[in-house]
Design a protein around this ligand. Structure first.
Ligand code: NAD
Length: 281
C-alpha cells in the first residue's frame, strides 16, 4: 500500500513560505510583486484557470491583473502589447493563457515575453538556460512534479527515472530537472518500443502522456514512486494517466489526480513570480 502524495498539503506549505517571504520583502519597503495575466476573449476553458491563478496570487500577497485582449487581435498587435508590458517596471511577471486564437502562434507570443518576466518558464531563453543549469524560472508543471517527488524525502541520486511523454511543456523539461537531481533518466514517448519493460525498471515514474488510466500497476516496480501529471476527462470524471487503483498497491508513494501535481503547479507559478520580482530588484 502506498503513501498518497497530497498536492494540496504541499501547495499550502509552499504558499505559507511564499507569503512569509513576500511579507518580509514588503517589510523592507520593497514594492508588491505584480503579475499580468493575458487572455484572449472570454473563454470558459481559461476562466477557471484564471480564477485559480487570481486566488493563489492574492493569498500570497502578489498583485494580479488580468488583461483580456480581443480574440481577433492580429499577432503583431499582441506582440506589441507584450513588449509594452515588458518595458513596464510595475509588472514583474507575465502569463499568457490558453486558448489563444488560431491566427496567433503560441511560441512566437511566448518568446516575445522578456525572459526575466516569463514566469511560466516557457520561452526559448529560459528553456535554454534550463539546459545550461542557469535558469531561475522553470516550467511550472515539471517543477511542480519535482517538488512533489522531493516531498517524499527520498534520495534521488543515481536512481532511475522513467518519464512518459516528451512534450516541450512537460516531458522534456522534466528530464532536465531530474538530470539536475543526478538521476538516470529514460524519456519514453509514443514511438517507444516495450514501454512496459522500461517502466518495470523505474525507481520513479513520471506519467505525462495525456491518456486516461494508461499506466497499469503491473508495469510498476514494487516500491517505485509514481508521479501522475495527466489530467484527462474520463467517464465524467477527471483522472490521471496512471490507473491509480492498481498502481497504489505497487508504489511506495503515488500522486493522485485530481489533488496531486495540479494544486502545486499553481503555486510554482507564484514562486516564479517572486523569483522574477527578486531578480528585478
Ligand atoms: P502532449 O500531448 O503535448 O504530449 C504527450 C506526450 O505523450 C507526447 O510526447 C507523446 O509522444 C507521448 N505519448 C502519447 N501516447 C503515448 C503512448 N501510448 N506511449 C508513450 N508515450 C505516449 O501532452 P502534454 O501537454 O505534455 O500533457 C501531458 C498530460 O499532462 C496531459 O494529460 C495534460 O492534460 C497534463 N498536464 C497537466 C498539467 C498539470 O498542471 N498537472 C499541466 C500541463 C499538462
Amino acid at each position: 500500500m502506498s503513501i498518497i502524495l497530497d498536492g494540496k498539503i504541499l501547495a499550502a506549505q509552499l504558499k505559507e513560505d511564499l507569503s512569509k517571504e513576500i511579507a518580509s520583502l514588503k517589510g523592507q519597503h520593497h514594492p508588491t510583486p505584480r503579475i499580468m495575466s493575458i487572455a484572449f476573449g472570454q473563454s470558459a476553458a481559461s476562466q477557471s484557470y484564471i480564477t485559480s491563478q487570481q486566488k493563489t496570487a492574492q493569498s500570497v500577497g502578489i498583485h494580479y491583473a488580468l488583461q483580456v485582449l480581443d480574440e481577433k487581435l492580429p499577432q503583431q498587435e499582441a506582440i506589441n502589447f507584450i513588449q509594452k508590458v515588458n518595458s513596464s517596471p510595475d509588472v514583474h511577471g507575465i502569463i499568457v493563457n490558453k486558448p489563444i486564437p488560431a491566427s496567433i502562434d503560441f511560441y512566437t507570443l511566448i518568446n516575445a515575453i522578456a525572459p526575466g518576466k516569463d514566469i511560466e518558464g516557457m520561452n526559448l531563453a529560459n528553456l535554454g538556460a534550463l539546459l545550461m543549469n542557469k535558469s531561475h524560472l522553470w516550467p511550472c508543471t515539471p517543477a511542480a512534479a519535482l517538488a512533489l517527488l522531493k516531498s517524499c524525502g527520498l534520495s534521488l541520486q543515481g536512481k532511475h527515472a522513467v518519464i512518459i511523454g516528451r512534450s516541450e511543456i512537460v516531458g522534456k523539461p522534466m528530464a532536465l530537472l531530474l538530470l539536475k537531481e543526478d538521476m538516470t533518466v529514460t524519456l519514453c514517448h509514443s514511438k517507444t518500443v516495450d514501454l512496459e519493460d522500461h517502466l518495470r525498471g523505474a525507481d520513479v515514474v513520471v506519467a505525462a502522456l495525456g491518456k486516461p488510466l494508461f499506466v497499469k500497476g503491473d508495469w510498476i516496480k514494487e516500491g517505485a514512486v509514481v508521479i501522475d501529471v495527466g489530467i484527462n476527462q474520463h467517464e465524467g470524471k477527471i483522472v490521471g494517466d496512471v490507473d491509480f487503483d492498481s498502481a497504489k498497491d505497487k508504489a511506495s508513494y503515488i500522486s493522485p489526480v485530481p489533488g496531486g501535481v495540479g494544486p502545486v503547479t499553481a503555486v510554482i507559478l507564484m514562486k516564479n513570480a517572486l523569483e522574477a520580482f527578486k531578480q528585478s530588484l
